[in-house]
Design a binder for this molecule. Structure first.
Ligand SMILES: Cc1ncc(COP(=O)(O)O)c(C=O)c1O
Length: 485
């Protein structure tokens, strides 16, 4: 009675048919513009449905009902979708995702994911070697850099408190002295550093922001000064976070200098390389990651510039013994006796219990494309950002805020009439492009000023498409400026 609703060795044809119909639906409904432009309330009306009907309509009809969802999604492959660190996924990753979902292995214990565990272990070893971490390092796949940064800071907190006060946070909670514990990062580091500090019971005020230079890189002299002040104030630098690829500028902090200061201060050195880790694959730009091998822990996201389907990330740890701060044994899942038999249960080093086999997406993409092609794709995103910057610099209607070294370009539209409120105009311009479905471009605030942003993640985009988009930005700016005239 229920057999036809599952994939079994005897129901392969039904499975193939269901997946083929899903693909057909997707292709038929995929829009040709970046976005339909609909607002949240318009979508709420359009997508209103009975959530759980008493009797099902069958897969074909159910798929038909998904069409408006597809038609009102952001099209990541469109050259004018260029807002976020949100990449179009590789076909190889999408193909792997079909297998990952169908196998539905759960990565917590070996008896739920035997071959998948071995592949993830091999990928973890490769990632650590690639990052230059020593033997004794280890990694785990995560849902992304929010989770990876949280793990890095959790282990930094617990290692710091264990070594200073012989205190196990895992068993006893935070000691009174924890109010002296601080995390440091640059003023343009990702907000998840503060979010982690608040979730870790230290409070977001425990995050001290170090100033950046004109290229939006942490200034080591300022870090050194802050660390000296800590000594006078009896504060403890548990972790210093360096960013390799900031969200807005793609800037890479001076990792070797930060590593040296962290070592001297006895602080854990975490690198948030959610975005920048892809530079490992670039022959031309890999040296931007000098100092990577000095990290105590690293966050990498493969759903950014490795073009993997969401979600896919990893957390790398220099000394795998530090995973002990996370370890809990459950008799039904990962009994301690498994370790005596050499049975690897990955839940021992993970925040999540049930976890997808995301490592296969990256593994299959590596097999299909190879290192050289990946490297050239990373290089291409850098070329596109450099081209956008050159066009912006030569257009008096635009103002470039920095010279990009990676794929992000932050700029502003300059109103033709200087009496215009340029912050409001830049915000309105971006919103209008979005609402008209013309382009999905980024926005951010830099030193109190409203800015626009291109995040070049799509290596198939051409220079001409970048130029056309910038022309549209200027045209919209002029149109809004004139309208409000
Ligand atoms: C530098 C940086 N760190 C962390 C994150 C959070 O990553 P995720 O969205 O994968 O959790 C982002 C997201 O864009 C980021 O840019």
């Amino acid at each position: 009675m229920f057999e036809t609703d599952f994939l079994t060795p005897t129901h392969g044809a039904a499975y193939r048919d269901a997946v083929a119909k899903a693909v057909d639906t997707l292709l038929a409904a995929l829009p040709s513009q970046p976005y339909s432009g609909k607002s949240a309330s318009e979508l709420a009306t359009l997508l209103k449905s009975e959530i759980l009907p008493a009797t099902g309509a069958g897969i074909e009809e159910a798929l038909h009902r998904v069409r408006p969802v597809i038609a009102n999604s952001i099209v990541l492959t469109h050259p004018s979708t260029i807002a976020h660190l949100h990449s179009p996924p590789l076909l190889a990753s999408l193909a792997a995702d079909v297998i990952v979902s169908a196998l539905n292995q759960s990565m917590d214990s070996f008896d739920q994911a035997p071959a998948a565990t071995v592949i993830e272990l091999a990928m973890s070893r490769w990632l650590c070697d690639e990052a230059g971490l020593p033997a004794g390092s280890d990694a785990i796949f995560t849902s992304g850099a929010t989770q990876s940064n949280f793990m890095g800071l959790l282990l930094a907190r617990d290692a710091c408190i264990a070594s200073r006060w012989q205190w196990s946070v895992q068993r006893r909670g935070l000691p009174a002295q924890a109010s002296r514990v601080r995390f440091l990062c640059s003023e343009v580091a990702h907000f998840t550093v503060e979010k982690s500090a608040s979730q870790l019971g230290l409070g977001s005020d425990a995050v001290i922001k170090v100033p950046v230079d004109d290229d939006y890189r942490m200034i080591p002299g300022e870090l050194a000064k802050t660390l000296r002040r800590f000594k006078d104030d009896d504060l403890i630098p548990a972790a210093i976070v360096g960013t390799a690829g900031t969200t807005d500028f793609g800037s890479i902090d001076p990792l070797p200098e930060i590593a040296a200061l962290a070592r001297e201060a006895g602080a854990w050195f975490h690198i948030d390389a959610a975005y920048g880790s892809a530079l490992l694959l670039s022959q031309r730009h890999r040296d931007l990651l000098r100092g990577f091998d000095q990290a105590d822990s690293i966050s990498m996201d493969f759903h950014k510039n490795f073009w993997q389907a969401i979600s896919c990330g990893a957390f790398l740890l220099r000394d795998s013994a530090q995973f002990r701060h996370l370890e809990v044994h459950a008799d039904y899942l990962n009994p301690e006796t498994d370790e005596d038999f050499g049975i690897p249960n990955l839940v021992n080093k993970s925040l999540a219990t049930t976890r997808r086999f995301d490592a296969l997406k990256l593994w299959l993409s590596f097999q299909a494309l190879g290192r050289e092609k990946f490297g050239r794709m990373v290089d291409r995103t850098i070329e596109l950002a450099a081209h956008a910057a050159a066009v912006i610099r030569n257009n008096p209607a635009l103002e470039l805020l920095h010279q990009p070294r990676y794929g992000c370009v932050v700029f502003r539209y300059r109103p033709a009439r200087p009496d215009r409120n340029s912050d409001a105009l830049n915000a309105a311009l971006r919103q209008r492009l979005f609402e008209r479905g013309v382009a999905v471009i980024g926005h951010t605030r830099v030193r109190g000023r409203q800015c626009l942003k291109f995040t070049c993640m799509n290596p198939t985009v051409s220079e001409k498409e970048i130029e056309d988009l910038l022309r549209q930005v200027v045209e919209q700016g002029r149109a809004i400026g004139d309208l409000s005239g």
